[in-house]
Write a new protein. Structure first.
Length: 337
């Protein structure tokens, strides 16, 4: 004989704002003001209402709030590649900063695809986010048209018409080159990131200018922000004409070190390597990677604060915030002199 199933248990009903007001002994308006942090309510009364709301398990209806205020309390974060350890660190910084300001974050990874980037922007706009923090995959493209009218802060790229948060990439490239030159290296190769990204070009430009002043630029090639090396990059390394290499990102640097070892050479014994970004892998790698550190947490906080300012004052002049960078000396550079 089959056993009878127990009747389903209905989930607990969510308390309403009206019930919070009644339990707290205040008007509906006062309860609303206290929970939304608005209106004229004494501090003691506000604390009492919030305590009662917590005891009842009250949660605001965000959909209803959005319909009334035109705001969702959410921002969008568009990043190009979450497999790169730099971006989860950046995302965490944005989420923490947004949470401190009372915002939630919708995160999307475009996987380096222009089509996916367009879809991500459309999806965030359809969900009614109050603003967007955008790390573009390139300096141009159709996304700008899609995002018009939505408060937007751009990370990394100096795109006209947007608030911009970035680091001093030219200075970072210069610091990397000067560190190698001070260590006695004369023949230096440069592996820059994708030419379509202005920040990648600036890193290479800073390094190349410093090298040409006091050393020899042995070769200059390009690579995706990836561990996997392009054939031209592998070929340049295999010439064995450079005693040191500057890479436009830590992922590229680690890929280069891996290829150098496959050639039967050692880092830094035969070839010294400097990266850029200071991702978590940099100090865990063997040897630990000398690199250029960017203040990711500060940049994330500045992006959130700038976006909040833009959402409340859309006619303000555009801001461009440039953060200083720092060279972190580790074990991947050999001192020749």
């Amino acid at each position: 004989m089959a056993k009878s199933e127990p009747p389903p248990i209905d989930p607990p009903r969510r308390a309403t704002l009206k019930e919070v007001a009644k339990a707290a002994g205040v008007s509906l308006a006062s309860a609303s003001y206290a929970i939304n942090g608005a209106g004229s309510v004494g501090e003691a009364t506000r604390e009492h209402i919030l305590k009662v709301a917590a005891e009842l398990g009250y949660r605001p209806n965000q959909s209803a709030k959005a319909m009334k205020t035109g705001k969702t309390g959410a921002i969008g974060l568009i990043l190009p590649d979450l497999t790169n350890p730099f971006f989860p660190s950046l995302a965490q910084g944005v989420i923490q900063a947004a949470r401190a300001h009372g915002y939630s974050v919708f995160l999307t990874d475009t996987e380096g695809s222009a089509e996916a980037e367009q879809r991500a922007v459309s999806l965030l706009i359809d969900h009614g986010v109050d603003g967007v923090i955008w790390f573009p995959i390139a300096d141009d493209g159709p996304v700008g048209k899609l995002i018009e009218g939505v408060p937007t802060v751009v990370l990394d790229r100096n795109l006209p018409g947007y608030d911009v948060i970035q680091a001093d990439y030219v200075e970072g490239g210069r610091l990397a080159a000067e560190h190698l030159i001070a260590a006695g290296h004369v023949n230096i190769g440069v592996i820059s990131g994708p030419h379509a990204a202005s920040s990648a070009r600036q890193r290479a430009e800073g390094a190349i200018a410093a090298i040409r002043e006091r050393a020899n630029l042995t070769w200059h090639v390009h690579n995706a922000f990836s561990l996997d090396l392009e054939p031209a990059v592998a070929e340049a390394l295999e010439r064995r004409t450079a005693t040191a290499v500057i890479a436009g990102a830590d992922l590229i640097a680690i890929g280069a070190m891996r290829h150098i070892r496959s050639m039967g050479l050692s880092v830094p014994g035969d070839v010294s390597v400097v990266g850029f970004d200071d991702i978590p892998w940099a100090q865990l790698h063997m040897p630990a990677l000398t690199t250029i550190d960017m203040p990711v947490e500060d940049m994330a906080a500045a992006a959130v604060e700038t976006l909040i300012r833009r959402m409340s004052a859309r006619s303000e002049p555009r801001r461009r915030v440039v953060f200083n960078v720092e060279l972190i000396a580790r074990d991947s550079v050999r001192i020749l002199t």
